[in-house]
Write a protein that binds this ligand. Sequence first.
Ligand code: NAD
Length: 300
Amino acid sequence: MPAKIIDGKAFAATVRGQVADHVSRLKDDHGITPGLAVVLVGEDPASQVYVRSKGKQTVEVGMKSVEHKLDASTSEADLLKVIDDLNNDPEIHGILVQLPLPKHLDEDLVINSIAPEKDVDGFHISNVGLLGTGQKSMVPCTPLGCLMMLRDHHGSLSGMDAVVIGRSNIVGKPMAQLLLGDSCTVTIAHSRTKDLPDVVRRADIVVAAVGRPEMVPGDWIKPGATVIDVGINRLDAPEKGEGKTRLVGDVDYDSCAAVAGAITPVPGGVGPMTIACLLANTVTACCRANGLPEPDGLTA
Ligand code: NAD
């Protein structure tokens, strides 16, 4: 039987709808509008696209969107001042500093200067610690989106064998923590893992977050397993015209889809869920800041 395609685009639209409903209740019942501030330093073209998209979607769900676009040569002190002002702004409930930052800025220092309760990317060291100890935290958006799709597909994940390929702080490690929190038996594989194909073959759930185009072939996948492809890789596509490119994931889609029980496509899988979860985190942060109940199903 062909794998079920997990449609992240449709799922993200549902999440945005839930966020929009909650935002309108916050406005109507409490006179509160959740606010998200995005800080961009420099002119990295990919970051500019992400920031535009985040701002647009923030407004579409009824929240306040604030953008701070700073020059690439901005000093650390000036950036920290912008963050401090946002930390103290009662109309801002979520703060996101777009990564990567220019080389002269200390990324850890900058991220850890965001108030943890406004850290909607979930990268602050306090949120990392809270997640690792199973406490209420802000959860990184991409792994949160993967978890939502897995819960939606499987219901309970308890007792399942999960292999996360990749150990980055942004995706791999928090993904593993979330799966552990849902009682999976979790293996984190990485560039030094021995016998990676055999490790992956054990998995009921495979999450690939490597950044290597189509590196996981179908014969690594246990029949019926669920494959979540986080990778976003751009390949030349001369067949589409000169200079054209196409997006592929970290798994070889066709061969994996022939074996898997369910699979996320690239594009249209994990990608759209990431911004939807950013919006979800902002509404969650707003509810927590105001001592109000959090929306159901939008947190880990
Ligand atoms: P990263 O470069 O920080 O980490 C990659 C990880 O892969 C490392 O931990 C490394 O040990 C591991 N790795 C490298 N080569 C390997 C190999 N041969 N075998 C096994 N493991 C290997 O990357 P990241 O930030 O975690 O992102 C991973 C991918 O996910 C990238 O393609 C990125 O573009 C994509 N991404 C997508 C979203 C989204 O919204 N869909 C968000 C973040 C990242």
